[in-house]
Design a protein around this ligand. Sequence first.
Ligand code: HEC
Length: 163
Amino acid sequence: MNLLKLVLFFALSLFFINCSSDKEETATDKEESATPSFTSLYNNVFGTTNCASCHQPGGQAFDTDGVELDFSTQANAYNTLTSKNVTGATSIGTCNGVAIVASAATNSYLAAVLYDDYATSSFGGVASCTPYSAHRQDANLSSLASQYKSTLIDWINAGAPNN
Ligand code: HEC
């Protein structure tokens, strides 16, 4: 009888040790998937035909509207997103000098063209800069953008790492 209790005790201990180590693994997994990654944004958003069809040499936004974002490769996407100011034909003159990706999402034109709650008037402190709204009005683009909203906003606010 005593032996049976002992065996039961060990079995239960093993069971609880297992449970608690499972929990730790889950917590670590969550932290990792919450890290905003440019590679994941490029693969799921910028590099897909949803964005890159217009934003690359030969694309409508690049050639017709003078937007310098080039999403044809991940390196070009990173460089143009993080180094360019607004150059779009309908924005130039009014939004000139506003960064596409600034140090915070609230000053980043990228967030303003994709999300209503970031599209404020006199954007980035530039008088009469009204962010282009066609992306937010396009059902496909806005549903894709809202799916990746927290990753994109967190990525900008984390200093736009090339990760
Ligand atoms: C149907 C073509 C088209 C698609 C698809 C498209 N864009 Fe655009 N985008 C444009 C045009 C045209 C402009 C320029 C508007 C203007 O003249 O100010 C623009 C402007 C921008 C700007 C501001 C750049 C600047 O210098 O004015 C950003 C940022 C941007 N797009 C990001 C995206 C992202 C991210 C996606 C995918 C979710 C996307 N676009 C999909 C056509 C497109």
